[in-house]
Structures are given as C-alpha cells and as structure tokens.
Design a protein around this ligand. Structure first.
Ligand code: DON
Length: 608
C-alpha cells in the first residue's frame, strides 16, 4: 500500500526532506568504531499509519543498526514473558535525566532507573528466556519480525565492533549481576544486548515498529499481533518519559509523542491510535539523538498539531447520525389497519439513535445525558451502531452501565449492528453478567429491531401480532377497486398455491410472468447486501399482492420472495389477463405505488 499517486503527505514529506537536508549539525557516532562509517548525508523520513499506509521519502531503504531504538521492544518482550511485577522489581520506570550510558543504579538494590538507559536495557535483555543463547536471540529476532513483517538479521560487523569496545556496558552488566538484577551469566546477556542493538532496520521498518505500538500492538500491514494490548501503554509510557534520555522532558514538552532514538541515527515517534514517524539521519547531538530526527519531528508535530496533549473533542451532534421514534419510521413489516393505527399512536415509546464514528468518553457521556433529558422517556431505546467504527473502553462502559440501569427500570435497550464489534461485546459481557438474558445484542438488523419493538408494543396494547387470519380474494387490496366483471375474471384465472415456511416463491433473475395475491400467512421480499447479509425490502400479509412490477415494466425479478410462515397465494399469470383487466390492475397498482412511495421516503433514508 505504498506511495499513492496523489498524496498530500508525500508532497509534504518531500518538502520537509528538501528543507532539512540542509541541516548539517551533529556528529556521526564514533564510540562504536563501525558506526563511524555512516554517511552523514543519509536522510530518510517515513510515516506509517494505523491503517497500514506507509509514506516515505529519501533514504528509507538504507539499512542501519537499530541501536537503542530496540530497547522499548525488548522491554515489551520482557513484560510478555514475566509480567509487570517481576519486570518492575528489577527495572524502574523513572526518568534518569542522565545520559544513555550513565552508571546510575538505585543505591542499595542496584535496580536501573528505567529500561531506556543502557543499564535498564541490559537488565531487560537478561530477562529474555531461552534454552540457549541462539534460542534467546531467535526470540528477539522473531519479536522484531512480528513488528516489521519480515525476517530480521544482526549486522555482525557492528556487533563485533561494539562487543570489542563496550567496556562501560560490560561494567554495568557485571555490576547488576552483583546485585542479583542480571541473573545467570552476565556475559551472555550483554552479548544479547549488543546483538539486539545491531539488528538491521531501515527507516520504513522503524516506522512500522512504531505503527504497531500506535495500533494497540497489532501490525497494521500483516494483521499479526506484535505485542499484547495491555503492555502497549507501558512501553509507550517509558518511551514518553525516558526515550530521549536527558532530553526526554523537553522532547515531551515540544513534540509531545513517546519516542526512542538510537545512535545508528534512527528516531521513532509514536502518536497512539494514529501514526508513527521514523527519521533516519546519522549525525547526532551530544545526547546521542539524531539532529535532523529531532528537527523533523518537531516540525511535523507543530505543523499538524500532533502533540499528545492537544485534546481531541467530538460532540454529541457528530455522534448522532439520526434520531427518530417508531411513530415516524416504521419497520418494513406490513401491518393491518388496526395495527397501523396503534403504532402511530404508541410508536413514540420507541426511540432510535443511529450513531456514527468513534465513540469515546466525552461524546458518549453527552449523548447519554441528552437521552436522559428527552422528557417523555421511551420504553424502548435502540442504539443503531452499524456506522460506529470503534467503541473505546470508557464509551463502552458508559453505554453498558446505561443499558443495565435502564433494564433495572423495566426499559429495553438494544444495541443493533454490533456483530462485528467483538471487543465491545466481550467487555460488555464481562461488565454485565445478565446481558445476554436481557437480549441487548440479540438483533443485528435495525429493521428487525424495530419490528421486535413494534411487536412488543402491539402485544402490550392487546393486539395480536399475527391477527390477519385469512382474507378472500374479493377482499384483497388488488380486487377492491375492480369492477364485478374483472373481479370474476381474476377468480377464474387465478391458481391457488400453498407455500411451506421458508419456501422460495421466486428469485432475482427469474422470469417475471405472474403476480401473487396473499390470502393467508406471511411472505417477505429481500435482497442480499454487499456482505451477503439479508436486507428485507417488505413483508406481505393477507390482502397484499406482489410480483406485479414486471407487468408494468417487463423483465426479470429484482428481489427474492420467500414464505415466512405457511402461506396461501393466488398466482395470476400475466399471459392469462384480458386487456381490460390488465389496464384495471395497472391503474390500481399505480395508485398503491404512489401512496407507498410517499410513505416510504423517510423509512428508506433511515433503514438504508
Ligand atoms: O549501548 C550502546 O551504547 C549502544 N548499543 C546503544 C546506544 C544508543 O543507541 C543510545 N541512543 N541514542
């Protein structure tokens, strides 16, 4: 999904690249001799989104060693393997305000202050479990592979160069071994640390590493889970407070995104839920952070206002797509005149909110506040969630508490269209034990949910839901306007047909050569939606007719019709109709159609 043809982001990145290529501050790291061969002109910028789009400019395919930018990810691995308490006991989460290689351990315990400085990272690497050294390395590389989506390898030359010169790190490892923080052979863990720092990435990989964190731990390109959701905020927190060493405070203040740098020239910044920015440029400032990396991230954060503490705010108005009551919009179930009258009068007891977009705490709180203020409180509240893309934890909690309390008051709350919202449903079931008995998620289709509420209203008001019984052909809607001669003709040419429940009457594409008049039972017309879901177009009850459209327009069937219950119809072949009867029927159909269209305009808009 790389590089769309028209892209504001690409255009913007190209501009940034041109501008910051001119920034020549900083020195390429030389304390690891092999790193000094890097070209100071190498410069790449990549942005990866939580939808898996990657935008890149410059030297984004140039390999370099990940160095300290590996630390948050191995920290995540240690959390996965040992859990929070074990890891926190051995490595703290306090910013040190000191250089990355400082020898700062907690007095008395020897606990490193955080996992982003070398001491903490060596302690973290020592926690990676495995039967052998190669097995531990394979685990680290496998972890990186989940983040980048491809096999990873170590740059042996850089690794050997660092191993030969990393005396300070060696001292730290042995010191922490003395305190019991680094268990087992400290040389083996030190070696693993040197190798993890020498893993080869490019700027695009680095952006994807960040995008997985932004995307709650799931690789947005491959769909593979790279890190458990519960550890993502922990990893991002230490990046936020400690990722830029003794520049961490000012970085958060200016740029406002969790970040991590490496002396190979990589810099990674993550905006949770949105994107990751990766910059590769080897010249470093005295703290070991890429100079162009800092400048570019600061500019992007400023230009696009990406600072984490710029609050996003959505309003109720943007959350409610439409609100209506069941006296205004009815289900597609056809009703008898008595039922119609009752529903016009009582339909206001059913309130529907069609919601949209992302539901977060603020918007959901004000939505529910508005629901509570409605005045004549509805007995049935239906939240149509089909157009909701995400329900965050707090919003889900609020909605379910609301439903639980409403249920306790004898009201019904339905969430419709949640079949694809597994996390919301899972959390809801944990929060409210009896949620399934309350039927809150029982219906996935707004038309059926409306019908269900209407049925309850009818029953509550003493009207049977299926009270139509049987009608004679003479009393059917189609015959009502015909003169006696044509009425008799219809009786004569009509053929009585019985259908079993679920039996198909006709399918889309079948030849349209007969119309049907329902004498008994219920049938329905439906089509299949883009995901093969069944969308009901209408129901037919005794007295209704269907299959008449090709009589006027010719051509094949445009919907499927099946019997819902046992049903009896009169089938009238078009070919058998006299010219006079045909004209009579067409005129009657035109009148019905005009009435139906007027009444259905709003239903169509809402039920889709
Ligand atoms: O331990 C070291 O010195 C290197 N392997 C990593 C240091 C590093 O990347 C510091 N970050 N900016």
């Amino acid at each position: 999904m790389d590089q769309p043809v028209i892209s504001a982001i690409n255009h913007y990145l190209e501009q940034l690249h041109r501008e910051f290529a001119g920034l020549t501050e900083g020195e390429v790291a030389s304390y690891i001799p092999e790193l000094s061969h890097a070209d100071p002109a190498w410069f790449g910028i990549a942005i990866a989104t939580v939808d898996g789009h990657v935008y890149q400019v410059g030297d984004t395919r140039q390999g370099f060693t990940i160095q300290s930018a590996s630390k948050p990810f191995v920290y995540g691995l240690a959390l996965e393997e040992h859990g929070l308490d074990y890891v926190l006991n051995r490595v703290g989460v306090e910013p040190s305000g000191e250089a990355f290689n400082s020898i700062s351990l907690e007095p008395g315990t020897g606990r490193p202050l955080n996992p982003m400085i070398n001491a903490g990272a060596i302690a973290t690497a020592s926690m990676v479990q495995g039967d052998s050294d190669p097995a531990r390395l394979a685990k680290v590389l496998g972890m990186f592979e989940r983040f980048t989506g491809h096999p990873m390898k170590v740059d042996e030359t850089v690794y050997l160069s660092e191993r030969a010169t990393g005396h300070r790190n060696r001292a730290l490892a042995h010191l922490m071994h003395g305190f019991g923080i680094v268990e087992g052979n400290p040389e083996a863990s030190l070696d693993l640390y040197f190798r993890q720092c020498s893993v080869v990435v490019n700027c695009r990989d680095l952006a994807l590493l960040g995008a997985c964190l932004a995307n709650n731990g799931i690789n947005p390109v491959t769909g593979v889970r790279a890190l458990s959701e519960k550890h993502v905020p922990r990893v991002l927190s230490v990046m936020g407070s400690c990722g830029m060493y003794d520049y961490s405070g000012e970085w958060l203040y200016r740029i406002g995104m969790p970040a991590k740098s490496g002396v190979g020239g990589g810099l990674l910044a993550v905006l949770p839920g949105q994107l990751a920015i990766a910059v590769f440029s080897p010249p470093l400032d005295p703290r070991g952070n890429s100079c162009r990396g800092i400048a570019v991230c600061e500019r992007i954060s400023d230009d696009l206002k990406l600072h984490l503490f710029h609050p996003l705010r959505s309003t109720t108005a943007s959350t409610i797509r439409v609100a209506y009551r069941a006296n205004e919009v009815r289900s597609r179930r056809t009703r008898s005149p008595a039922q119609e009258a009752m529903l016009s009068q009582q339909g206001a007891r059913v309130q529907v909110y069609e919601l949209q977009g992302e539901l977060a705490f603020g918007a959901t709180e004000s939505l529910l506040e508005a629901v509570g203020q409605e005045g004549d409180e509805p007995d049935f509240l239906v939240f149509d969630m089909r157009h909701v893309v995400n329900v965050d934890h707090a919003a889900g909690w609020l909605l379910i508490e609301f439903a639980r309390i409403a249920h306790g008051q004898g009201r019904t709350v339905l969430f419709v269209g949640c079949d694809n919202k597994y996390p919301f449903q899972r959390r809801a079931r944990k929060q409210w034990n009896g949620i399934d008995e309350a039927g809150v998620f029982a219906l996935n289709d707004i038309d059926r949910a409306l019908e269900w509420c209407e049925n309850r209203l009818l029953e509550r008001n003493g009207l049977a839901v299926d009270e139509m019984g049987r009608v004679s052909l003479a009393r059917s809607a189609l015959c009502a306007g015909l003169d006696a001669v044509h009425g008799e003709e219809l009786e004569r040419i009509g053929r009585r047909v019985e259908y079993r429940p679920n039996e198909t009457v006709f399918r889309i594409g079948d030849a349209g050569d007969a119309l049907f008049i329902v004498l008994h039972g219920e049938l329905e017309a439906h089509i299949h939606g883009p995901h093969q879901e069944v969308t009901r177009l209408s129901t037919f009850i005794p007295g209704n007719y269907f299959g008449e459209l090709p009589l006027a327009s010719g051509g094949a069937r445009t919907a499927n019709v099946r019997a819902v219950t046992h049903a009896t119809c009169i089938e009238v072949s078009y070919a058998a109709l006299s010219e006079g009867l045909k004209v009579g029927l067409l005129s009657r159909m035109a009148t019905d159609l005009a009435r139906k269209l007027a009444g259905q305009a709003r239903v169509q808009k809402v039920l889709g």
